[in-house]
Every structure is written in structure tokens, then in C-alpha cells.
Design a binder for this molecule. Structure first.
Ligand code: OOG
Ligand code: NI
Length: 455
């Protein structure tokens, strides 16, 4: 039992997500512009497409839509990652999934901290894509030692934040005043710093190895590098971005446009050049680009079978394209994606019957009037209209898309080839715990919803 005067972790997360958004909007005005565009688009879609409105209403997603966003950070050491896991745990966020970005030439591996239960997600679906730099992939021994030494010296959490984390762990929660302080103190870790911790020359060396390495090593902390609102129609936003002074990347990542959206579609605008003072310079003569904007559209969570089909079709389209999607091949890429994905059933019933997606089951008015349904089979109840389904929304990320997002703001020059293999074990050892299997979470939510129908 948690203490009655504790603030629930879900509420702390909701407040933190709001505080983060306010901070980012103040620091990056384009994020505010993007938020406005997304709000406008969502309102337009809800007005012009009653079916979408009805669906979001019945799943309750309509209530979380305006709150919904994800952020991303990159940390440098096992210690930083493990402490972050404890900080996020205070807000009810657990590490879900393992993403290896090295095949795409980005020297990190990652997880997503998020709430895991559908009731908690409903209060706040805030997620943070969190990457750990793989220093062992730096080939230059001297540079690796230097980077390690710089990272070992920095402290990315305020003493008060650390104290409050310990307090929450010891007591089992935080009271009102502590929760407020926690949000304020935790926010400090994600703030942008205008001064670097290295000289201009050291920064150049790190950056020459990989721009991402400079981004992690040369600063006081893991600044939030983007915050992403959720839109109901990403193609509208993508098309309208230029009118709002925002230049989007060439292609939308993820599946093509469909009647029944699946997984996650994403697009971003390029990182901004921002003035930086290096330690050997009195003023902000240097510059660094890390912070960018992104939007996402979320669709149905796929079963292992659905995901295997998605991966196969995506790979087939990309293989046929023969190179990374970019400005010059964007039209062809979209055509190839449409063609390959025509193989993926595009009705809810088709996806359900072939067990490609996860669903939530609801009792209909007819079902309620009929009363006891326990004796009938699920399929019969659906067919006769006693139950109906809505797809479960995908709460996670996609490695190929994430790689595309990384690349688009690092520049194509940042592609490297790493021989080293994926190393989930090393990641979990750094994290101090195992990552949670996202597919098991969806299966559980689906199972609970069926159970509730029969209750
Ligand atoms: C994270 C990039 C991945 C997403 O939404 O897939 C990502 C980063 O650049 O740190 O945010
Ligand atoms: Ni993102």
C-alpha cells in the first residue's frame, strides 16, 4: 500500500512532462510553432473525420492526445544511465525495449522509459528515448581515454534530485512538496547549457570521430534534444511545415499512409545551430547543433507476426530502393513503400483475424443488455455484435526509424561502420536491470480487456 499523502508517480510524470514542454518551448521557439500546427491539424481531423473522433473517444485516447509527447536524451556512462533509471522510476517510468543503433552507424544503444500499464498511460503517456554512448567503439585510444575522463568528472544530477530519489526509494513515494521539488530538480538534468566542458580543439576532435560523441561528451548534461507531439495526420503536418518556416526531412519514417494506421510514423526538422562557449573562449564563438523538432503519428501495436511482416515489407522496399531514402529518391521510396505494403491487410478485421495487431475488447450496448456472455466464444460475441474491438496504440519506437531520425539531424557525413555487434547484455548491466519486453505488455493489456468484458 502506498502512503495516502504520496503524490502518485503517474501525476508526477504528468507534471514533469508539462514542465519539460514549457522549458523546451521557451528554449526552442520552433517547437512552439510545431505544437500549434499539430494542435490545428488534430482539431481539423477530429472535425472532418467522425470515425477517428469516435474511435479515440471510446479508447480514451482523446483525453491524452494533447498531453502526449516523447523526448530523447543521450548519456555517456553506465552510472548516468543507472541513476536515470532510478529518476524515471520515481515517475512510474520503466525501461521498455532494447534498440541497437550501431548497424545504422550511430554508436549508441537505447531503451524507452515509459509507463507500462494502460491506466498509467492514460494519465500520462510521456516517454523518453534514452541512448547510451558506446565509448568502446571509439577506435582512437587516446581520444577514448580523454572522453572517459571528461565524462567521469561531470555530475548530471543536482544533489537535491539525488536526495529526493533516495527519499522516494526509502519511503515508497514523495509528498506534495517533495514532488514539486522533484519536478524542478529533475528538470535541471535535461536543460541546455550554452557553455561546453572542453576546449574548441577538443570539441573538434570528438566531433571528427562522430558528431554524436561530441554531443554527449562535451557538455554538462544530457540536454533534451527533441520533444515530439502526437498528430492525427502526419502527412498534413509534413506538407504544411514549410509554410510555418520549418523544413522537414525528406521522407516520413515508418509505414506508409494507410486506412488503419499501424506502429509509428515520424518526421523531423533539422537540428539548429546554436552558439556555444568553449572553455578556452570568453564568448559564445563556437556552435553546436543537437536540438531538433519531430512529430509522430501512432497506430496499432503489432503482434510478433505483424511485426515480422512489417519488417519484411520495409526491408524489401528499402532493398529495392538500394540506398538511404533522401531528397532525390523520396518519391520513388514512397511508391515502393505503398507497393510493398499493399500486402499488409488494411482493415481492423483483417488484422485481427490474421492476428497481426493487438486489440482492446469492449462490451457493446447490445452486449450489456444481453447480460451474461460467459458461455459464448469470443469470435461469436464479436460476430453477433455483443463485443467490439479497437486497436491498441503502439507506445514504443522503431529502430530503423530512429536511425533515420538520428541521421537526419546528424547529417549523412555522420555515418560510420561499426564491426561490433549488438550488446543487450552490456546495456542491461549498465542500466542495472533488465529491459521489459514490449510485446508482453501489449499481450497483457489485450488479455485484461477481454477479462473485463466477461466480468
Ligand atoms: C533519438 C532519435 C530517435 C525517435 O523518435 O525514434 C528518436 C536521438 O536523436 O537521440 O527520438
Ligand atoms: Ni524522437
Amino acid at each position: 500500500m502506498s502512503h495516502p499523502s504520496f503524490v502518485s508517480p503517474d501525476l508526477i510524470r504528468q507534471r514533469f512532462s508539462k514542465a519539460m514542454s514549457d522549458m523546451y518551448r521557451e528554449e526552442v521557439p520552433l517547437y512552439g510553432a510545431l505544437m500549434q500546427l499539430v494542435e490545428q491539424t488534430n482539431r481539423h481531423v477530429l472535425q472532418s473525420d467522425p470515425q477517428v473522433a469516435r474511435q479515440l473517444d471510446s479508447t480514451g485516447e482523446i483525453q491524452r492526445l494533447d498531453l502526449e509527447r516523447h523526448g530523447a536524451i543521450r548519456v555517456g556512462t553506465a552510472d548516468e544511465l543507472a541513476t536515470l533509471a532510478r529518476l524515471f522510476a520515481v515517475m512510474g517510468m520503466q525501461p521498455v525495449g532494447y534498440y541497437d543503433l550501431t548497424p545504422a552507424g550511430v554508436p549508441v544503444h537505447s531503451t524507452a522509459f515509459r509507463a507500462v500499464h494502460e491506466a498509467a498511460l492514460q494519465v500520462s503517456p510521456f516517454r523518453v528515448f534514452t541512448s547510451l554512448l558506446r565509448l568502446e567503439l571509439i577506435e582512437d585510444q587516446a581520444l577514448r581515454t580523454f572522453a572517459q575522463a571528461v565524462l567521469d568528472k561531470r555530475r548530471i544530477f543536482t544533489p537535491a534530485a539525488l536526495h529526493l530519489i533516495e527519499c522516494a526509494e526509502r519511503e515508497g513515494g514523495l509528498g506534495e512538496e517533495q514532488a514539486q521539488q522533484f519536478v524542478e530538480q529533475a528538470l535541471e538534468t535535461f536543460r541546455w547549457h550554452h557553455s561546453a566542458t572542453v576546449t574548441a580543439e577538443q570539441y573538434q576532435k570528438l566531433s571528427a570521430q562522430h558528431r554524436l560523441i561530441a554531443d554527449v561528451v562535451a557538455f554538462k548534461g544530457p540536454h533534451i534534444n527533441h520533444l515530439t507531439p502526437r498528430t492525427l495526420d502526419i502527412d498534413i503536418v509534413q506538407a504544411q511545415m514549410p509554410d510555418h518556416g520549418i523544413t522537414p526531412k525528406a521522407v516520413v519514417e515508418g509505414p506508409p499512409r494507410r486506412q488503419c494506421p499501424i506502429l509509428l510514423r515520424q518526421t523531423s526538422f533539422k537540428a539548429l545551430d546554436e552558439p556555444i562557449a568553449f572553455t578556452d573562449q570568453a564568448d559564445s564563438r563556437g556552435s553546436h547543433s543537437a536540438r531538433f523538432g519531430e512529430i509522430e503519428q501512432r497506430g496499432a501495436a503489432l503482434t510478433p507476426k505483424g511485426r515480422a511482416l512489417y519488417d519484411r515489407l520495409l526491408n524489401a522496399a528499402r532493398d529495392e530502393l538500394g540506398e538511404f531514402p533522401n531528397e532525390s529518391n523520396a518519391t520513388r521510396y514512397n511508391t515502393l513503400m505503398e507497393r510493398h505494403f499493399s500486402e499488409f491487410p488494411d482493415t481492423l478485421e483483417g488484422m485481427r483475424q490474421q492476428e497481426l495487431a493487438y486489440f482492446r475488447y469492449f462490451v457493446t450496448d447490445k452486449g450489456r443488455a444481453a447480460g451474461a456472455l460467459q458461455t459464448m466464444a469470443l469470435e461469436d460475441l464479436l460476430r453477433d455484435g455483443y463485443l467490439r474491438v479497437e486497436p491498441l496504440v503502439y507506445e514504443d519506437f522503431l529502430p530503423v526509424s530512429a536511425a533515420g531520425i538520428f541521421q537526419s539531424n546528424l547529417g549523412d557525413a555522420a555515418q560510420s561502420h561499426y564491426g561490433e555487434h549488438s550488446n543487450r547484455q552490456a546495456f542491461e548491466q549498465a542500466l542495472g536491470r533488465a529491459t521489459i519486453d514490449e510485446l508482453a505488455l501489449y499481450a497483457e493489456t489485450q488479455r485484461r480487456s477481454i477479462e473485463q468484458c466477461f466480468a
